[in-house]
Every structure is written in C-alpha cells, then in structure tokens.
Design a binder for this molecule. Structure first.
Ligand SMILES: NC(=O)c1ccc[n+]([C@@H]2O[C@H](COP(=O)([O-])OP(=O)(O)OC[C@H]3O[C@@H](n4cnc5c(N)ncnc54)[C@H](O)[C@@H]3O)[C@@H](O)[C@H]2O)c1
Ligand SMILES: N[C@H](CO)Cc1c[nH]c[nH+]1
Length: 902
C-alpha cells in the first residue's frame, strides 16, 4: 500500500477520545503512525511497538537516539521504518549493522527548519550524502521543519531522476492546506494526531482526515467515485464497491463499513440485513486510484446472495477457519472437531502424528494431503485458544521484520531423531555449526531463560542415555555430535570486515570495536605497557600464593620439555644431519574474557612462552567496562615478562596482533583459546600470506569425556562432568559407563542433578547438558573405542587400574588418571596445559606445549667422503627431475676433489 500520510503520536501521552484530534482507535483506521524514540522514551517506544504492532504500521523517529543498538532493537520489535540522522545512517551502513533490504527500512532525516539557501544546492547535497554511504539501496528521505515549498518542489523534481521510496515531510506551519497540498503533491506528510479530525463541523480548524485520504486519491471515473475493494482480515476479497468523500467521512466517524451505492447513495453495510462490518483500516493503492477497506464481517456474509463473498463462499484456509469457529460456537452431535476441543491430549497427539506423517510424505499429492491434515489440527488448537488466522499472520509478519535472525537449527532432540547434522560443521569444526544471534546477539555462553527446559527431564537436570547394544551406530554417532555453532559463513561475514578495518585503520579501529563490544568507551589507548603500575595488580595474598604455585608447576613441566642438545645423526659415513630448536621471537597470547575472565589461560600460555625464551610476549584480553584489565592478568603479565597487554578482545585483538598498529607490535604467532569470533579471526589472519603469522590450533568450547566403571564414585563422576558443563551452553560432557547396574546409573544421575542444582551457573549447565549424553557400553575396550573416536579435549579415567588403560588412549587432549585426578587440577595447577584441541581435533593437534613456542632448524654437515658417498643418489635424482644445475653442484665438487688429488 502506498504511503500518503503518517499520523504522529506522542507515546508518553496517547490520544484518547476526550482529546482534541483523533483518538487511538480512529487512528488505527488510517493504519500508519509515526512515533518518536529518545533515550528517555526508548523503552516506551518498544512497549508501544509490542502492544500495537497488530493495529498499526509503525514508523519510529530515532534521530535523538545515541545508541545504534537502540535503533536496531526498534526494527527488531516490528518498526516498519526508522527515521535516522545522517551520522546514524553512515554508522549503520559502515558497520554493516543493516544490509540488503533491511537498509531500505531507513529514512534519512534532514532538519531544514533553520537553514535557508538555494534549494537546488540543498537537494543536491542531500542526495550526495545518501549516495556516499548507501549507494545501492534506495532509501527514504525526510525533510523536517519545512517552511519553503521551493525545496519540496525541487525534491519532487529530483525524484523523477533519483528514486527515493518515500519522501516524508514535517511542516513548520500547521496549516490545513499545506498538509493537503503536500499529500496531493505525492509527498508523505507527517501530521500530529491532535491536528486531525473526523468531525470538521465540530473542529473547523483541524485537518479533516477524510479529505487527506481523498487528496491522495484520483478518480478516473466520470462520476468521480473511488472503486473500493472490501477484504476480510485475512485479505480475502469480499467484493467491489464504491466510495466518495462523504462515505469515507462517515466510515471514519462510525468505524463501520460505509460505502456509496450508485443506486441508493450513502450505504451503511448491514443497516438493513444486520450483516454489519467493523472497520479495521482503509488504505489507498499504489497509483492512488482505488481504495481498500479491511473489515471484520459479521452475519451471513458480505454478498446480497448471503454468501461470504461476492465471488462465492470462502475456500481453503478461510473456509476451514470459519468452520472451526462455527463448531466452537455450536457443534452438531458427534462432531469430531468438537471432540478435539474437549480432549486437548487427543489434539496434541494428532498434531504430532500428522507432523510426523508430513515428514515422511514424499510425493506431491501426499505432501499436500498431510500438510492439509496438519493444518486442520493446528488451526483447531488455535481456534480453541481464541487465536485467529490473522493473529498467526501478524506473528509471521513480526518475525519477518526482524533484522537479527535465528539460524534456525533444530533442537537437539529433534535433530537427533531424524539424524540431521549441521551442514556447516566443516571448516574448523570449532567455528562451525548455533548461536545467537541471534546472529549478532547470540553470544556463545549465555544462560538459558529460567523457564527453558533444555537439559531437564521431568524437572531434573539429566543427560540422555544411550546403550550401545540397544541403539544403532548412527543414533549413537549423532548423540555424540558436538553442539553446532553459528555457521562459518555468518561468522566470517562478521569477522572479515573487522580484520580489514583494523589492518587499515590501526589503533582507532581497535578502539572503536572495544567501545562497541566491551562498552569500554572511556578507553583512549588500546595498550597497557610494561612496567605495569603496581596499583593495577593488587591481589589478596591467597590469590598470589595460588598463582605462584600454579606458575611453578607449569614452569617445571614445560621446562622439562626442553631439548637440551640438538639432535645429531650420521646418516651415512661423513653425512651428519642435525636439528636444533629456536624460540619464536614474537608471540601474541589471547586470554579470553567474554563470559568469564580466565587468568589461568594467561599462565598456561605465558609460562611456556617465557620458558621457551620468546623475546617479545604480548597478551591480549578484552578489558572490563571501565577500561581496566583484571589484576590477576596484569600480575601474570608482569611475572612472565610481557612487553604489553592489548586491551581488546575478539577478531579486533587478533588482527592487531597479526598486523600490528601504531602502538601494538606485530607478532609471529598467535596462541590461545577463544569464542567463535576469536577462532575465526585466527583462521583468517593465518591464511593471509601478507600477515606472516601462524596460529596454534582450533581451541573452542570446553568438553570432557569421563569413563566410569563399577569402581567409580558417583560424586566424583558428577563433579567432573559439571566442571566443564559450567563453561558455557556450547560445552559438551559425555559419560561412558562401563557395564553399570541400573542402581549405579541412577546414582550418577541423582548426583548430577543434586550437585547441578546447588551451583551458581546452573542455567548455563542446563544448556550444556541439553546436548550431553550418557553412553552405556559393555566393557572397557568398547569404552576406549568410543573415546578414541570422539577424541575428547579432556579424558577422565575413573576405572580400576586406570594407569593400565592409558596405553589404549590414541586421541585426547589431556588425560586424567584415577579417582584422585579431577580435571580442574589440569585447568589450574597440576602443571599440564589447559589450552587444548576441542571438537575432535585431538586426532591431529597437540595441546599447547613448549614446542608450540619454538621452531626447528635442521643442518647438514658433510666431509669429502660423505659427499662422495651420497653423490650418486643426488645426481641420479637431479637427472630424473631434469634439474641440471642441481646435478652439477655435486659433479663440479667431485671433479674438484679428483683434480686436487692429481
Ligand atoms: N579449548 C580450550 O583450551 C579453552 C580454554 C579456555 C577457554 N576456552 C573457551 O574459550 C571461550 C571463551 O569465549 P568468551 O566469549 O568467554 O570470550 P572471548 O574473549 O573468546 O570472546 C569475547 C570477545 O568476542 C567478541 N564478540 C562478542 N560478540 C561479538 C559479535 N557479535 N561480533 C563480533 N565480535 C564479538 C568481542 O570482541 C569480545 O571481546 C569459551 O568457549 C571457553 O569454553 C577454551
Ligand atoms: N577447562 C578450560 C579448558 O577447556 C580451561 C579453564 C580455565 N579456567 C577454568 N578452566
């Protein structure tokens, strides 16, 4: 429907029927409203959208908002379009917060109330500003405070060559005729509700609403009438009638379907038949020569022949809805539908049955038949609850206005049922696969809503059970699938522009993202350099002691990994090959800080870097909101001799380390775990040959696999599973129970539930437990087979003679042996490293260790005889490869040897 005018409403002071101007109900007949959101009224605007999305098409003026997130949330809550200032348009477009057709929901607002000047120049500069930032998507323009018609005329002229979908105006003077002229000229006038009336006799100074409508219309009929299509709420056409200025005026005054009969004049539908119509709204079509009335029809129907429409009875979904409503009011004896209304459990079962039959249907006819059955039962449930087809459509419309969309993964239980795997589980395995975003918004580790039952069964936090003898291989394979994350493409689309901006824009770009993601807006430099001020590392004595103990154990274990002397092998007499290691000179260590601050990761990366002898160690970690870094990390940075701490997280920190900026030194290798953005950032920079940087491995959401036999202590088993489940909802924990009794399984489950319920992060745990499993196997050999296939980040062996099982471990990041080795000792203090491969990457990667910070150089040292001994092999192979210079490098030397002999 074309836009002609918007009624502006003060959301803090909603118009009511006693006021001057139009009341809310009458405004809904005109359908399009304009509201203003300021930092103070932002929440009111959201509440208005949520409450009235079904009644109006709502446009929001956001020019006074400071936060781009607030603008996006208005669009996400159903705002049809947002009016933004030029700087907001620029930022939204540049940050790619709106792309594609969502950009078309912007209207750029220019305030001309105080500026005069050549209209031609003004119009040109407006057009230039828009084209500079949104060159490809047509967007609307709004001229605010217009007091000069020359400017509007010029804009109108320009619109013939430059397309703006909507030219909106707010007038400086409140004159009736000006509004009417604007609408007649094809502009969309924004008119305050208190300057409009449906009763011009009573309020002669206000603008008559019906005149505004007819000003937008042009009749191409000799009698000047406007053809009017009448539809029901679902958009089904009831018939064709005619309107004129008078009938529109009465329709607006009475809120009913009122038309002009070419035989009888003013026609109030249903006045005689009783089949009245409640007016929902009226609108003008795209070329302004026809009207549409949307109405709620009562009685027999619209047509004088007593059918629902002038084209016959309803059909399809509308007929079904009508029948169901009739049955609800009064059903004939024995009606099946009426039984469904009375037996909700039967209805529920039928919905599931039909949904499953639809899934199984293959050919076109079957699919249509099964979809029809499912619709019947689904709509029965809706009608029983008083939900109409219109309500469903509104809901769909609201979802379609969202700019941040869910990826739409199936819940694990359903995905597993049908054996669906996320197609995007490819690239790294770590950054592949759900989140949240909601795209932009779905941080990996967010607590579940309180009423979310994920991970719970009958109110208990419980993992799903599978038994290898009872379930087929495919079912178990699916059950052991890691939870999927946001698709690789989505993440790459977010990360790549960030990296490019930091590479090109340096410090300023890093700061921009730190302000945005960490909200640390007071930060003016992205770096904290050593020597670190003592006041930034004040810690309680017990924390210092804990760090010192962990530091020393980690140092000892990693120092023991040093190769004391070079490897030296004489491969043939006189041919000596050697290999020696050298530290990587400059390393960047990423310490996560999104959902939890992990100083222990600073130790796990920093201590081996120091032991290896890296010359330059730079830490990077997202700062807190006030711009500071947690004192434990500063203290550890000081202990390991770090050059500096980059006060940034995510892909921006990775890019700064890879390319360097004015203040951040470039590094040769980046190590450390992180979320999907960090991991994707590491992948991107390591693939850029111009960056000259390598990375450690894909280290994503934490996971643990516990193998427990009859000797295992349920309390220990449950506590180990929970220690990794509390990391994030994207973590996965697996229990392999070896030949357990039912009592033992129940004991594991009771403990898990009881301990989880007492933990502060139980909501996160529930999320993780949703995709976690207990697998029952017959013996330890089978347990090891499954464990090796899964290749867990952490493997815990709570079995008899655990030490002997170690020899069967082929793939795991780190193993914890026996009842007295909880995984958390490895997380903090035992000495082994906690930066480990996840997602099954333990099949090809090691966890961080000393060699992650070194590289090897080889050397060959030959005597004369040595060269003679190897010469024929070298020369023959050079000949085969037709590389003559290679061959000669040997033959010339042999000749020289021979001559020297003579
Ligand atoms: N495998 C291992 O060895 C190991 C060790 C420790 C931690 N971990 C894992 O590391 C992860 C840490 O993740 P985290 O989120 O807590 O911290 P993080 O520091 O990895 O990520 C936070 C950063 O993500 C960026 N970000 C957030 N939302 C964004 C968006 N919408 N667009 C672009 N960038 C965005 C921000 O820059 C923010 O600074 C967890 O999954 C944890 O389990 C793994
Ligand atoms: N378990 C994580 C590695 O997957 C590391 C960690 C840090 N803090 C606590 N735990």
């Amino acid at each position: 429907m074309a836009e002609h005018f918007l009624v502006s409403i003060d959301i803090k002071n909603l118009p009511s029927s006693g006021d001057n101007g139009l009341a809310l109900e009458t405004i809904s007949y005109l359908h399009r409203v304009h509201i203003t959101a300021t930092p103070e009224t932002q929440q009111d605007a959201i509440d208005f959208l949520r409450k009235y999305f079904n009644h109006y098409i709502i446009y929001c003026d956001c020019t006074a908002l400071e936060s781009l997130e607030d603008i996006l949330s208005l669009l996400n809550n159903g705002g049809a379009k947002v009016f933004v200032a030029p700087w907001q348009m620029k930022a939204l477009a540049e940050d790619r917060l709106l792309v594609g057709q969502d950009l078309g929901r912007l209207v750029v607002s220019f305030d001309r109330s105080r500026s005069d000047g050549d209209p031609e120049e003004i119009a040109k500069s407006i057009s230039g500003e828009i084209k500079a930032f949104v060159p490809d998507t047509p967007i609307g323009i709004h001229i605010q405070g217009v007091h000069d018609w020359k400017l509007l005329d010029t804009m109108n002229r320009m619109s013939k060559t430059e397309y703006y979908p909507g030219r909106y105006v707010t007038l400086a003077h409140n004159f009736q005729n000006e509004y009417i002229k604007a609408v007649k000229d094809g502009l969309v006038a924004i008119i305050p509700a208190n300057e409009l009336t449906t009763n011009p006799k009573r309020s002669p100074n206000l603008v008559p609403a019906h005149v505004l409508i007819t000003s937008a219309l042009r009749s191409d009929r000799p009698d000047g009438l406007f053809p009017t299509i009448v539809t029901n709420e679902n958009g089904i056409s009831l018939g064709l009638v005619y309107s004129n200025e008078k009938s529109i005026e009465v329709a607006l005054q009475t809120g009913r379907g009122v038309y002009h009969s070419r035989r009888h004049g003013l026609w109030i539908k249903g006045q005689e038949s009783g089949d009245t119509q409640e007016l929902i709204n009226m609108s003008v079509d795209c070329d302004a020569d026809a009207l549409k009335f949307t109405v709620r029809q009562s009685g027999e129907g619209f047509c004088h022949l007593r059918t629902s429409t002038c084209f016959g009875p309803y059909y399809g979904v509308s007929r079904l809805e009508q029948t169901l409503k009739d049955r609800k009011e009064s059903a004939p004896a024995g009606s099946y539908t009426s039984r469904l209304f009375k037996e909700p459990k039967l209805l529920e079962a039928k919905i599931m049955e039909e949904a499953s039959e639809l899934c199984e249907a293959n050919d076109k006819n079957d699919i249509a038949a099964e979809a029809g059955d499912l619709l019947y039962f689904a709509l029965t449930k809706c009608v029983a609850a008083g939900v109409s087809m219109k309500d469903i459509e509104h809901n769909l419309d609201l979802k379609s206005t969202k700019i941040t969309r869910r990826k739409g993964d199936a819940k694990a239980q359903w995905a597993k049922k049908v054996g669906h795997q996320d197609a995007s589980n490819g690239l790294t395995g770590v950054i592949s696969g759900s989140a949240e975003q909601e795209a932009l918004k779905e941080a990996a580790s967010v607590p579940k809503e309180r009423d979310d039952t994920a991970g719970s069964q009958n109110g208990r936090i419980r993992m799903k059970r599978y038994k290898t003898g009872d379930s087929d291989v495919k079912t178990i394979k699916n059950a052991l699938q890691r939870p999927s994350q946001k698709s690789t493409d989505d993440i790459m689309d977010i990360v790549k522009p960030i990296i490019k901006e930091v590479r090109d824009g340096g410090d300023l770009a890093v700061l921009k993202y730190t302000h945005k993601f960490e909200k640390a807006t007071s930060l003016t430099s992205p770096i904290l350099r050593a020597p670190f001020p003592p006041n930034l590392m004040q810690l309680p004595q017990e924390t210092i002691e804990a760090i010192n103990t962990s530091y020393e154990n980690i140092r000892r274990f990693h120092a023991a990994q040093r190769e004391e002397k070079p490897l030296r092998v004489e491969t043939m007499p006189g041919v000596v090959c050697s290999r020696f290691s050298r530290p990587i000179e400059r390393v960047g260590l990423y310490v996560p800080g999104g959902t939890a601050v992990l100083p222990s990761t600073a130790l796990m990366l920093g201590v081996p870097a120091m032991v290896a002898g890296c010359k330059k160690i730079i830490l990077a970690s997202p700062p807190r909101k006030d711009g500071t870094i947690t004192p434990e990390i500063v203290y550890i940075a000081h202990m390991i001799g770090a050059e500096s701490i980059v006060l940034a997280g995510g892909a921006q920190a990775i890019a700064a380390l890879a390319y360097g900026t004015e203040s951040i030194s470039k590094v040769d290798k980046i190590l450390g775990p992180g979320n999907q953005f960090v991991t994707a950032g590491k992948m991107v920079v390591s693939n850029d040959t111009t960056a000259g940087v390598s990375i450690d491995m894909p280290a994503g959401p934490s996971e643990v696999l516990v193998i427990a036999d009859k000797s295992a202590h349920p309390k220990f088993v449950a506590s180990d599973l929970l220690s990794q489940a509390e990391h994030g909802i994207d973590s996965q924990v697996v229990l392999i129970a070896v030949d357990p009794s039912e009592e033992q399984l129940t004991a594991f489950e009771n403990e898990l539930h009881a301990q989880a319920m007492a933990l502060p992060r139980k909501d996160i745990i529930r999320g993780a437990i949703e995709h976690s499993v207990t697998l029952v196997v017959k013996d330890i050999a089978e347990a090891m087979e499954y464990s090796n296939r899964y290749a867990p980040e952490h493997l815990i062996l709570q079995v008899k003679n655990a030490e002997t099982v170690l020899s069967s471990v082929d793939h795991a990041g780190s193993v914890f042996v026996g009842p007295w080795a909880p995984e958390s000792v490895g997380d903090y203090s035992a000495g082994t490293n906690h930066s480990l491969p996840t997602y099954g990457y333990a099949k090809q990667y090691s966890g961080v260790n000393l060699s992650s910070f070194t590289k090897h150089i080889t050397s060959s040292n030959l005597t004369r005889q040595g060269l003679r001994n190897v010469s024929s092999a070298v020369m023959q192979l050079a000949k085969v490869e037709e590389l003559e210079a290679h061959r000669r490098a040997v033959s010339i030397r042999l000749k020289e040897m021979d001559e020297m002999k003579d």
